[in-house]
Design a protein around this ligand. Structure first.
Ligand code: GAR
Length: 215
């Protein structure tokens, strides 16, 4: 069974979705640790309650990004993961760190990348008046919120939406597509060809390339 380490910064609801998928027998992984860069991350408590090892590396205690990323890599490597999963980990990573985990570092982002990288994605989607919004799981590259796309889910933007309602609609899809992307990875069904993701094998009934949540 593959080993994963999950990195969080806050609430940890995507981490919870991964734990729930594992517990439901839908995600054959060993979750070796949950690591946060914020001591007050609520997700740390959730992970502890689930019996998962937790670590906190407060980024404020390090002189610069490189020093923090080196300590983070040391902390991760103790658990020898096959895959590192960024689940609301709100830190810009140094190119050196990204290179070290190239091909085994995933991120989830609350927009249909390459639209709206960075922060405040829901607010920006509303301000642009887009009709379709969503979320993306991708391999991490040195460019922020950028990299080969594994799966995306689309949701409609309603005329009377506010940021909270739209964020909730997107988050529900995040909780579906992240466990699925991690499952594909640990089943070794994902390969990179010319910087794009190719999914091998049959699509099963519950495999969805795009979540059809357009209601
Ligand atoms: C999620 O919406 C995730 O997509 C986003 O942070 C939230 C974390 O929520 N990540 C990013 O914006 C990364 N650029 P969670 O802690 O409840 O999973």
């Amino acid at each position: 069974m593959k080993t994963i380490v999950i990195l969080i910064s806050g609430r940890g609801s995507n981490m919870e979705a991964l734990i729930a998928a594992r517990d439901a027998g839908q995600l054959p992984v060993y979750i070796a640790a949950v690591i946060s860069n914020r001591p007050d991350a609520k997700g740390l408590v959730t992970a502890e309650k689930a019996g998962i090892a937790t670590r906190c590396l407060d980024h404020k205690a390090y002189a610069d990004r490189a020093a923090f990323d080196a300590a983070l890599a040391d902390c991760i490597d103790v658990f020898a993961p096959d895959l590192v999963v960024l689940a609301g980990f709100m830190r810009i990573l140094t190119p050196g760190f990204v290179r070290q985990y190239e091909g085994c570092l995933l991120n989830i982002h609350p927009s249909l990348l390459p639209a709206f990288p960075g922060l405040d994605t829901h607010q920006r989607a509303l301000a642009e008046g887009v009709r379709i919004h969503g979320c993306t799981v991708h391999f991490v590259t040195a460019e922020l919120d950028h990299g080969p796309v594994i799966i995306q889910a689309a949701v409609p933007v309603h005329a009377d939406d506010d940021e909270t309602r739209l964020a909730a609609r997107v988050l529900a899809q995040e909780h579906l597509i992240y466990p699925q992307a991690v499952r594909w990875f640990v089943e070794e069904r994902i390969c990179l060809e010319d910087g794009r993701v190719r999914l091998s094998g049959e699509l099963h009934g519950d495999d969805r390339l795009v979540a059809p949540a357009l209601h």
